[in-house]
Design a protein around this ligand. Structure first.
Ligand code: UFG
Length: 327
């Protein structure tokens, strides 16, 4: 069975990717430092604990497993935190990725799938965001991911490292079987915070900003189901294994929902009131991020099947009620 090195495989998206890889006939080898990941999420292949900044450990893991490809999820990913601690993002995300990319090249592993973000586009009012849009990040998180994209292009040109870059919009939902799901500590994401507020596990949700230039004054995001998202990664991996060229793909649905609309859908799906208050803007937040591309569908044959907002909330709610949040 071909092995794939999955950095961040103990995290929310990485663990779902491991499950999808296993189902597709690959053996996912998780590489994770467990700073934001959870060992009990590593259920679908071997676990190698390690840090991206530890080059010797990375070399050892490449030598042990000889993976055919890398899927690189491990990153710090909070927009707000990145504004307060930019150095952490440049060190962990950019410097850590350089270590990983160099280790892959030195080990002769030339297929690389990278988890990037629509946050690299920044706040471009009225612009259709497709893969050719200019990247103008307004937060350190987005800037760190754009830098890694540039690094991949340079290493591609110099060493033939072929790569697929996925620019995610807002990932939500969880495994329909309930084996894994979204769990961050601290939690900063809208849907899990809202579910916590609904069942009284935390205080009311605060809406960050009600004076944006949108129909209801709150930010608009394009939500995509984590299972659909990782399906695209398996297709991207096969694209590389088939010898296709390096390529960038947006992963979103093209439908935007405001924070108030997400609240309304959560109320309808759970049949419970969402306690919320209105607060100031969160630094670094873009007004509107919605994908304007169908390249992944057209070229990879990606067909999202669970990415309606109600399905994502329902899957997140089911996971929420398993009690993993209460650990
Ligand atoms: N929001 C609130 N209150 C909260 C939390 C969030 O109003 O308590 C709002 C945010 O201001 C934003 C929206 O809900 O408008 C979504 O916020 P999230 O924190 O859930 O997600 P972000 O859009 O900030 O960031 C997420 C990922 C990033 C990724 C980005 C792409 O964390 O890694 O989606 O949009 F880059």
């Amino acid at each position: 069975m071909d092995k794939v090195l999955v950095t961040g495989g103990a995290g929310y998206i990485g663990s779902h990717a491991c499950k999808a890889l296993r189902a597709a006939g690959f053996e996912p080898v998780t590489y994770d430092n467990l700073i934001t990941g959870w060992e009990d999420a590593v259920q679908f292949g071997p676990f190698e604990r390690g840090d991206l900044l530890d080059r010797a450990r990375l070399d050892q893991v490449f030598a042990t497993h000889a993976p055919v490809a890398v899927m690189h999820f491990a990153a710090l990913s909070q927009v707000g935190e990145s504004m307060q601690k930019p150095g952490l993002y440049w060190q962990n995300n950019v410097e850590g990725s350089r270590n990983l990319i160099e280790a892959a090249v030195d080990a002769g592993c030339r297929n690389f799938v990278f988890s990037s973000t629509c946050a690299t586009y920044g706040d471009q009012d009225g612009v259709v965001l497709d893969e050719d849009s200019v990247q103008l990040p307004i937060n350190a998180y987005g800037a760190s991911k754009r830098a890694i994209e540039d690094m991949l292009r340079d290493f591609g040109a110099a060493y033939g490292l072929r790569h697929v870059i996925f620019r995610y919009f807002n990932v939500a939902g969880g495994d329909p079987d309930g084996e894994i799901g979204e769990f961050h500590r601290p939690e900063t994401h809208l849907i899990p915070l809202m579910l916590d507020a609904i069942d009284g596990k935390r205080d009311a949700l605060t809406i960050f900003g009600t004076d944006y230039d949108t129909p209801d004054g709150t930010c608009i995001r394009d939500y995509v189901h984590v299972c659909d998202l990782v399906d695209a990664h398996v297709l991207g991996l096969k694209w590389l294994i088939d010898g296709r060229e390096s390529r960038v793909f947006n992963l979103g649905t093209g439908s935007g929902f405001s924070v108030r609309e997400v609240i309304e859908h959560s109320r309808a799906v759970t049949n419970k009131a969402v306690p919320y208050t209105e607060g100031p803007r969160r630094p670094g937040d873009c007004t509107k991020l919605v994908s304007g591309s169908t390249r992944a569908e057209a070229e990879l044959g990606w067909t999202p099947t669970r990415s309606t907002l109600d399905q994502m909330i329902a899957d997140a709610w089911r996971w929420h009620q398993t009690g993993h949040y209460d650990k």
